[in-house]
Design a binder for this molecule. Structure first.
Ligand code: AMP
Length: 421
């Protein structure tokens, strides 16, 4: 390719979704809407960009996402805006702005949309990627945690994935809980500072929990001996965590306890979880979530206990079983026209079928009979309705079942009924 042509390619880390993959994408979006709405979650849309502070405060000043990966730009009025790198902080911002949390609780919402992070692209990792998420705001008890975890698990299974669910609790900000744990962890990291990878040493002061997320071999080795949060949980957090586990067990959702899953920011509390899937190589996390009881107040709002998850649509599609996401019904009838007069009639028939809710297609390229029959096969239609001079005169079509090859003459008035039956 010449450099001229290359300048028209999609930007690095983005991709075009084309048929037939785009059909599976549609099917996945429809499945998500079904599964989430069945559990009482309502759709929400927030802007693609927000004031930068929504993310610096809502994702955290010390997180990699905020420090390294955001697409931040000044607008013409000099305000700093950021393409959303995730959707939880925007949803919480919207809930607070419109006072949804002053109405009946919990507020249960779901979203599906593009997110933007300037990461090094690889299989399953893009700069524009899509997330499905649900958020339940206002309920503090373990039942809503179990609901959120189960809904994500069921959605992934329905999409053709056998997820491995990793579950943890990271406690809450108190001396006898996570603050005490943090101290023990910092002491441990200090004692092993020399063995940590260079870039992880800085985290001891800024965000010690995040050292568990490091991919550096040296750090991973150190972390295998680190103290674990679960040994430091206070009685309330432990009871909450036990409650979540009991409820998940009661509905048959299998999980593995993984005390090394952390969300390294102060407003994340208690339940933290991840869904992993095989077949994705190093990018094997299809989604994750957790409780974020401190986020609403970090954004300047009231105290609002909440929990949610975000699932990566691109990765789900990569990992999903081919058969699980059947495309929706598109074209059912292909109207084949023989001659100019019949072509006009074909357009009328197609329009009538479409208006009646039946998918219908016709030739726009002046193909002959053979070419149109081939196009009918390609369209995925189950029926060909053939209009020649004879059928035209009789007010009929020759209806051919493209699977069995059977054909019969059908009056135009009867066509809809026959196709439906
Ligand atoms: P996170 O918001 O980082 O917890 O991510 C939640 C899920 O979104 C991950 O488990 C991935 O499935 C997906 N995800 C995150 N970042 C990317 C990316 N750059 N490209 C594709 N999927 C991503």
């Amino acid at each position: 390719m010449s450099s001229d042509q290359r300048s028209f390619g999609a930007p690095k880390g983005t991709r075009d979704l084309l048929p037939p993959e785009s059909w599976r994408w549609e099917a996945l979006a429809r499945l998500a809407a079904d599964v989430f709405s069945q559990a009482g979650y309502a759709p929400v849309e927030t802007p693609i960009f927000e004031h930068t502070e929504v993310f610096s405060r809502g994702v955290g000043e010390t997180s990699d996402v905020v420090t390294k990966q955001m697409y931040t730009f000044p607008d013409k009025g000099g305000r700093s805006l950021t393409l959303r790198p995730e959707n939880t902080a925007p949803v919480v911002r919207a809930v607070l702005e419109h006072n949804l949390h002053r109405g009946p609780l919990p507020v249960k919402l779901y979203y599906f949309g593009p997110q933007f992070r300037q990461e090094r692209p690889q299989k399953g990792r893009y700069r524009q990627f899509f997330q499905f998420g649900i958020e339940a705001l206002g309920a503090p008890g373990p039942a809503v945690d179990a609901e959120v975890v189960e809904v994500g698990y069921r959605f992934l299974r329905a999409a053709g994935i056998e997820p491995v669910l990793k579950l943890n609790s990271i406690g809450h900000l108190a001396d006898d809980c996570r603050i005490g744990y943090n101290r023990a962890l910092v002491d441990y990291l200090r004692a092993h500072e020399g063995d940590l990878a260079e870039e992880d040493r800085g985290r001891i002061d800024t965000n010690p929990l995040r050292t568990f997320d490091s991919k550096e071999d040296r750090t991973v080795a150190v972390m295998s001996g680190a103290p674990l949060i679960t040994e430091y949980l206070c009685a309330d957090c432990k009871a909450h965590f036990d409650g979540v586990q009991e409820l998940l067990s009661a509905v048959g959702v299998p999980f593995e306890l993984e005390p090394r899953i952390v969300r390294g920011l102060d407003y994340y509390t208690r339940t933290a979880f991840e869904y992993l899937s095989g077949g994705l190589g190093s990018q094997n996390a299809v989604g994750g979530g957790g409780r974020y009881d401190g986020l609403a107040s970090a954004l300047g709002g009231d105290e609002l206990p909440a929990i949610g998850f975000a699932l990566g649509a691109d990765r789900i599609l990569l990992a999903a079983d081919e058969g699980a996401l059947a495309p929706g019904r598109g074209v059912e009838v292909y109207v084949v026209a023989l001659g100019d007069e019949a072509a006009g009639r074909a357009f009328e028939i197609v329009t009538r079928l479409r208006a009646a809710g039946i998918g219908a297609e016709l030739d726009h390229m002046g193909r002959g009979m053979k070419g149109q029959m081939k196009d009918a096969d390609r369209s995925g239609a189950r029926w060909a309705a053939i209009v020649g001079p004879e059928e035209l005169a009789a007010g009929e079509v020759m209806l051919k079942n493209l699977t069995s090859g059977e054909q019969t003459r059908v009056s135009l008035d009867d066509l809809e009924r026959r196709v439906r039956s």
